[in-house]
Write a protein that binds this ligand. Structure first.
Ligand code: ATP
Ligand code: MG
Length: 675
């Protein structure tokens, strides 16, 4: 294994778009702490020794995880090759089949009857899929795909609702050593076109439609439109077939290249022997959510990715595969769906819930009803969902039996301390530990998180790097900021599930993540170290506000706003201001239960402004507070602050292609200009 200290990357002068004073003022004070219960600690899967082991020999530690958690057809002899940074190779001479690791080996070990998925359709139809059944389906699907000419390295686009076939498709592609690119079912024809082109996909797997918000939402027409939009310009069409799952039963048009999934599956051979591929064989391309700009096509490979997914899923979620029922609510179109619905949990032989629809259909207690029905023990969701439940009030979850829940997870955005407390109390029965997991599409798997049973948790803080991961918070020159200070979050050593690049664009890969510090991965997020060294995420560096020379974090001011009894959700941005350089502009949504009370208040903006002043200081007081009904969010539920900044500064609203609901910006603009 080679490990060089020299980085061949040159730092172009002035090339960094993030040149700035990075010291982010530390404003919010949160002192609540929750030590693990004795019971939880006694049976915890994670141990404190993992930290010491990884510290003593980081690469040896990861090599052990890779060997113990995965089955290798050919064992690797080298752990990391970092001779050509930032292009890492992990376990490179090892060979494995990713799908075999998620399926066949569990069946061979006698666990074929274990439930892999309790699938629940939005309308209440359901299906139980065991590991034996899932394995059998993936084998057939692999035969279907290879019959359509798909083999090692070919790209397959997947545009499906949250149905078992989505997982089957991903694993069938992986089984053949091909590369999937999952596109959120809900993205437009344009998004499909650009992703299919970017990857030169040969095949698209879609469905007639899926259930969303109580009705069938058509999918195939978007694929048709994307493929028709080809015209005479541009490269030649690469897609030779479209495989269509029947789900919505909606009427669709049919062309020569279209094939029904069920017809092809019925004709396919049932047996398929998984062949091994190199550990660095590409597994998937996935686009980031586009919160800060045009989405990037992130490339992940096999052995290192699967190792870190399996390891983190096991220790962060305290997995007891025989007894746990784990539910991660993420769509498979998001990286969380890849790593914590498909690869991590299936590699570990977990039993999961998979739900097709929206949280509030056909009634606002739908998720809680599902937890009750399947006795979910481990629940992993996003702060945006928690805040939207807070908005509706605790009465709804209180109608269901949530006593099976023993562990809660959060991902996607900073979780405001008030949302954290609500989650623990209302969903976790005042006892379940919460793991706030920080990671990105680029990191592939969890990087920062408390370990349940080990870490004393703090509402609002992601806390500590997981064992084997090296994280720092640095200033603009790459120097450690020290406890009590804010700065930029970086990863200082390569990690197994790190992105291997941006598909087809090595230069953008270097520029975006490595140019700033040369030898450290720059995540693009601001963070602060508290007096105990715990990490608090402060929001995107692009979103940090500079008010009269003070650098303020979006996360802290939003958390202060959410701590007011009126507020369900808040987003803040910095808008140009004549006197202060930038001014804080807040957009808030009022809780349903507080609508009457807040309407009786004369000047709600003044009340919230004063509240922020009290909570964190006068400098953070918003200049404007707009009460709105909605916030612009991506399909994965993240707030798109850059669009709100456009509104606050009176500009035309920028690229909205990854918004969940593109009409929301018109509504907000209308509400703001009406003031
Ligand atoms: P783009 O890179 O295109 O702007 P994106 O960054 O939103 O999109 P993702 O990779 O889905 O796309 O999101 C990763 C980001 O989500 C992180 O960089 C961070 O800002 C935020 N994030 C994820 N988990 C957490 C967490 N637990 N706490 C705070 N922030 C988080
Ligand atoms: Mg990002």
């Amino acid at each position: 294994m080679s490990h060089t200290a020299v980085m061949p990357l040159t730092r172009r002068k002035g090339a960094s778009s993030h040149k700035m004073n990075t010291q982010i003022d530390n404003l919010l004070h949160e002192h609540r702490k929750f030590p693990p219960s004795e019971d939880f600690a006694r049976d915890a899967v994670a141990t404190a020794e993992l930290y010491a082991e990884a510290k003593a020999d980081r690469l040896g530690f990861w090599a052990r995880q890779a060997r113990e958690l995965l089955d290798w057809e050919t064992p690797f002899t080298r752990t990391l090759d970092w001779s050509n940074p930032p292009f890492a190779k992990w376990f490179e001479d090892g060979r494995l089949n990713v799908a075999y690791n998620c399926l066949d080996r569990h069946v061979e070990a006698g666990n074929g009857d274990r439930v892999a998925f309790h699938w629940e359709g939005e309308q209440g139809d359901s299906r139980t899929v065991t590991y034996a059944e899932l394995t059998a389906e993936v084998k057939r699907a692999a035969n279907v795909l290879s019959g359509l000419g798909i083999g090692e390295g070919d790209r397959v686009a997947i545009y499906l609702p949250m149905i078992p076939e989505a997982v089957v498709s991903m694993l069938a592609v992986a089984r053949l050593g091909a590369v999937h690119s999952v596109i959120f079912g809900g993205f437009s024809a344009d998004s499909i076109r650009s992703r299919v082109d970017d990857a030169s996909a040969k095949l698209v797997i879609t469905a007639d439609g899926g259930w969303r918000k109580g009705k069938v939402s058509a999918l195939k027409p978007a694929v048709d439109a994307a493929l028709q939009a080809r015209g005479d310009l541009g490269p030649q069409e690469t897609v030779t077939n479209v495989l269509v799952v029947k789900r919505g039963e909606n009427e669709i048009e049919w062309t020569d290249r279209d094939l029904w999934w069920h017809d092809e599956m019925a004709k396919a051979e049932p047996e398929h022997e998984a062949q091994a591929f190199g550990a660095e064989n590409p597994l998937f391309i996935l686009y980031t959510s586009g919160t800060t700009g045009k989405p990037k096509g992130i490339l992940h490979t096999s052995g290192g990715y699967l190792t870190q997914c399996a390891f983190t899923h096991k220790i962060v979620f305290d997995l007891k595969p025989e007894s746990d029922v784990y539910w991660c609510t993420a769509d498979v179109g998001w990286v969380t769906g890849h790593s914590y619905v498909v690869y991590g949990p299936l590699a570990n032989g977990a039993t999961q819930v998979l739900y097709e629809g929206t949280p509030d259909t056909p009634h606002p207690g739908r998720w809680w009803e599902i937890i009750e029905k399947y006795k979910v023990t481990t629940f992993y969701t996003a702060p945006t969902a928690i805040r939207s439940f807070m908005k509706l009030g605790r009465k709804i979850p209180k109608q269901f039996d949530l006593s099976s829940v023993r562990l809660l997870g959060s991902v996607g955005e900073p979780i405001n301390p008030e949302a954290w407390m609500w989650y623990r109390k209302v969903v976790g029965g005042k006892a379940a530990p919460i793991v706030d997991t920080w990671w990105q599409t680029e990191t592939g798997a969890i990087m920062i998180s408390a370990l349940p049973g080990i870490t004393e948790t703090k509402p609002g803080s992601a806390q500590v790097p997981i064992p084997g991961i090296s994280i720092d918070v640095v200033d603009d020159d790459g120097q450690h900021v020290g406890t009590g200070n804010g700065g930029l979050l970086v990863v200082t050593e390569p990690w197994p599930s790190m992105l291997r690049g941006i598909w087809g664009d090595p230069e953008r890969f270097k520029e975006t993540y490595w140019e700033k510090f040369g030898d450290k991965y720059f995540a693009g997020d601001g963070a602060r170290l508290d007096h105990e060294g715990d990490i608090w995420l402060l929001g995107r560096v692009d979103d940090v506000m500079n008010v009269s020379g003070h650098r303020l974090s979006t996360a802290e001011i939003e958390s202060a706003l959410v701590a007011h009894p009126f507020t369900a959700e808040a987003a803040v941005v910095g808008a140009h201001d004549e006197t202060t350089g930038q001014a804080v502009v807040a957009f808030v949504i009022i809780k349903e239960s507080m609508l009457e009370e807040s309407a009786a208040v004369d000047d709600i903006a003044a009340v919230l402004r004063a509240h922020v002043g009290e909570q964190i200081g006068p400098i953070a007081r918003p200049r404007d507070v707009f009460v709105v009904n909605e916030l612009p969010k991506t399909r994965s539920g993240k707030i798109m602050r850059r669009l709100l900044r456009d509104v606050a500064e009176g500009r035309e609203v920028g690229d909205t292609t990854t918004l969940a609901d593109t009409t929301v910006m018109q509504i907000i603009t209308g509400q703001v200009t009406a003031k």
